[in-house]
Design a protein around this ligand. Structure first.
Ligand code: PFF
Length: 474
């Protein structure tokens, strides 16, 4: 009986698509994608992202959902249940959501802070140049908003009311899409003249965003951009974290997975591209090209400047926008915490409620440290990709650019060479559904993906950089 309840999962295809898309669309699309796109100079990043999303992203999403549905297991046990020696891969995937959760609530807290500012009529202040950096300098405030966000996430997972939130996200998601399209159209007309008399327009910014610029491109730079793009696809779709395995286990056997995956994939890409088309040109217009490499704060620095140009309406649009982003983020962090809680129940044989409380406390403790990385424990750290960052960037790099390609590589080896692609293909064709891209899928998962993931993994360790500077540059 209990099994039946657990597997009740999604009642139909639409429910499955919406829930999966709700988990996928989050801060990864709205906060992480635009700052990576801006930092990597737009165009080329975008092109690689699109290609990877429609090939690798699609293949991995298929793999994870089909593995989950076929085995009806969570990530922790899944690999070991097929091949006992691969049990370690389940454990490794468990680390990723945990690491992400040590900083996702911090960004969520920033969103809450902005919601609060707009709702309390202080939205204009958020558009001033030092608002965001001043905020980062206040450990108490940062921690307060992070805890508030984490509390919201935990309370939903604790009482298991995700279903209620999912219903709500059916309204929020289309609303978010509409408001993003509205802001994108509005911001196309932006223009700004800085103190040096230079006038910059949004269309110039859009060109930078869309057109690849290969000037001064080196192999190393190209690999760095590719690493960012590939890892962002994984982050954005919630892959290599065990979450989609679980969602697969909840999907109905008669759902046509191929078209469902295509729709989820496409929806995720479109949201990211649209948000990028607002943020990147806006940074260019208001702050100039150099500011594009500013990093994680980009959303919080450039967007308020757009709202500021809308006058009073901007305060309302700003409030609605940040509230919707908070919801989109919540649906994602709920699935992150849910994955952690579910895995801990299996690993440590504790009750659901206890697992939720304990994990949330550990996450809160670690997140406080990460918050302090912006102020009390401030230090600059050079990442293997040459970027300078603080604690948050280090943790983000560690899971986003290092662990995820590793897990992805191992998953390719597991599916491509150990259990063989047919294991997934058979599941995709269950119930006489056609899996149209099965040949491309098998080829990708067996040959293309593992080679590329391995190269990117080595790149993420900084080793390629070293080899390059030792042998090629001289
Ligand atoms: N895909 C989410 C985002 O783009 O924000 C992040 C995420 C959510 C990752 C849930 C993993 C996950 F399980």
């Amino acid at each position: 009986m209990e099994k039946k309840n657990k597997k009740a999962g999604f009642s139909n295809r639409l429910g499955f698509i919406l829930a999966t898309a709700g988990s996928a669309v989050g801060l990864g699309n709205i906060w992480r994608f635009p700052y990576l796109a801006a930092r990597d100079g737009g165009g080329l990043f975008l092109l690689i992202y699109l290609l990877v999303s429609l090939t690798f992203g699609f293949s991995f999403l298929v793999t994870e959902l089909a593995l989950g549905r076929r085995t009806q297991k969570h990530s922790l046990e899944l690999f070991g249940s097929i091949k006992p020696r691969w049990n370690f891969l389940g454990k490794l995937t468990f680390i990723v959501p945990f690491l992400i959760m040590t900083y996702y609530p911090i960004i969520g807290g920033w969103v809450l802070k902005y919601c609060f500012s707009f709702l309390s009529g202080q939205g204009k202040a958020t558009a001033t140049n030092n608002f965001f950096s001043n905020f980062l300098n206040l450990p108490g405030e940062l921690i307060f908003w992070m805890l508030a966000y984490l509390f919201l996430t935990s309370i939903i997972v604790y009482f298991g009311v995700e279903k209620g939130i999912e219903k709500f996200s059916k309204i929020i998601m289309p609303g978010l899409v509409l408001i993003i399209i509205g802001i994108a159209i509005y911001s196309l007309g932006l223009k700004y003249t800085d103190i040096n008399g230079e006038t910059r327009t949004a269309t110039q910014g859009l060109k930078i965003y869309l057109l690849p610029n290969l000037n001064g491109m080196t192999l190393n730079k190209f690999l760095e951009i590719a690493l960012d793009a590939v890892c962002q696809v994984f982050y954005s779709l919630g892959l290599s974290m065990g979450i989609m395995l679980t969602y697969g286990a909840y999907a109905k056997k008669d759902t046509n997975m191929e078209s469902a995956v295509q729709q989820i994939d496409l929806f995720d890409v479109i949201i990211s591209f649209l948000v990028g088309s607002i943020i990147v040109p806006a940074v260019y217009v208001f702050l100039g090209k150099d500011a594009m490499s500013q990093g994680p704060g980009l959303l919080f620095i450039s967007l308020p400047k757009i709202f500021n140009t809308m006058g009073l309406a901007g305060q309302i649009v700003g409030a609605i926008f940040f509230i919707m982003v908070a919801f989109a983020a919540l649906t994602s962090s709920i699935s992150l915490l849910e994955a952690i809680v579910a895995s801990s129940i299996e690993l440590f044989k504790v009750s659901r409620k206890r697992s939720c409380v304990l994990n949330s406390l550990i996450i809160a403790f670690l997140s406080i440290f990460v918050c302090l990385g912006f102020n009390l424990f401030y230090f600059d750290f050079k990442l293997p990709n040459g970027q300078v960052g603080q604690l948050l960037d280090i943790v983000d790099y560690l899971c986003g650019n290092f662990l995820m390609p590793l897990v992805a590589f191992l998953t390719c080896v597991f599916v491509g060479w150990i259990v063989k692609p047919n294991f997934v293909i058979e599941e995709m064709e269950f119930n006489n559904h056609k899996f149209k891209s099965k040949n491309i899928y098998a080829f990708t998962i067996k040959y293309v993906a593992p080679i590329i993931m391995l190269i990117l993994f080595i790149e993420s360790t900084g080793l390629l950089n070293l080899i390059y500077s030792l042998f090629i540059k001289n």
